[in-house]
Write a protein that binds this ligand. Structure first.
Ligand SMILES: [Cu+2]
Length: 310
């Protein structure tokens, strides 16, 4: 495959602030970076990851998505009466920039107090360059007026998709907008399908036997180190791992949720190094999966291209 041109070049860590101050939904001080974002370049099967640090990760889990059939989110900036209003969409490459957004209701009023906590946060922001080579997952901080803000650094030129993943009234919603970074954009091809990737010395194998479009598919990730099963995965935002799945072509954002994690299998020490998810792929085709998990206090990010058969 052609040169992982800029593998490794994207490692970066963002400091960001987020606040769990949900209740009160007011008076939150916009400083105090507490988490970081992960950025990372996935490129070729099997590696090509970089970046991360302590981070927030966690994909998406919303609660009941009402609606039948596979739901593909992230394709609209406005849906179900709610609208994502970014305060800016232009960025300079590599320049830390404050990014603020509002979620407004059908009457244009900022939603402030209605957010429900999912995976320990009221709102998850996923930013992915459209070629999927760069991935970040951050948690903006909510301010008294309902504005969410976070410091974002988009490392390379290109068009990015920014997904705001949140839950209101028990329904998960993912609204998204494009962000633009000027400069000489060098797109990277989607890596070929693969079931292995690694980060920080941890090798992670994806098992997705029987995965198919439409019905629910189980995806299991097994973490090992130097050929041995890794130690128990640490809890990260209330789960053993967080997964985001994007469809190749339109970057539709899938609803994925952990199937084994906190509550069940507490006794199953043989699988402490594994985390499983249920995903409903809305159609056959290729998807890019981004898994984040925590070991030794560090957030790791691995990515896979998966081919979902009909
Ligand atoms: Cu998150």
């Amino acid at each position: 495959m052609n040169a992982p041109a800029k593998l490794g070049a994207f490692a970066l860590v963002l400091a960001l602030a987020f606040g769990g101050a949900a209740l009160a939904g007011a008076a939150i001080d916009p400083t105090d970076p507490e988490e970081t974002a992960v950025s990372h370049a996935g490129d070729d099967p099997g590696h090509g990851q970089t970046g991360h640090d302590d981070t927030p990760a966690d994909p998406e889990p919303e609660g009941g998505h009402g609606g039948a059939g596979p739901a593909a989110g992230g394709l609209a900036v406005s849906q179900a009466g709610y609208t994502l209003e970014p305060q800016r969409t232009f960025f300079e490459p590599g320049e830390p920039t404050r990014f603020s957004l509002l979620i407004t209701d059908e009457r244009g009023r900022p939603v402030r107090d209605e957010f429900e906590t999912e995976h320990e946060r009221e709102l998850h922001l996923i930013v992915v360059r459209r070629d999927t080579a760069i991935y970040q997952h951050v948690h903006p901080r909510k301010h008294a007026d309902g504005t969410w803000s976070v410091e974002l650094t988009l490392p390379e030129p290109g068009d990015y998709r920014a997904y705001a993943d949140f839950t209101i009234d028990g329904a998960g919603l993912t609204l998204a907008t494009d962000l633009f970074v000027q400069g000489d954009f060098q797109p990277e091809p989607l890596p070929e399908p693969s079931t292995n990737d690694s980060d920080g010395g941890y090798d992670v194998e994806l098992r997705a036997d029987g995965a198919m479009a439409k019905g629910e598919s189980e995806l299991t990730f097994a973490v090992s180190r130097a050929g041995q099963p890794a130690d128990k995965l640490q809890d990260y935002l209330g789960a053993k791992g967080h997964l985001v799945a994007l469809r190749d072509g339109d970057l539709a954002y899938l609803h994925v949720h952990p199937t084994a994690g906190h509550d069940d299998q507490a006794e199953d020490h043989d699988h402490d190094n594994e985390v499983s998810f249920a995903a409903t792929f809305p159609s056959a085709g290729r998807y890019r999966l981004f898994l984040q998990f925590k070991t030794e206090g560090e957030i790791r990010t691995v990515a896979y291209t998966m081919e979902v058969p009909r």
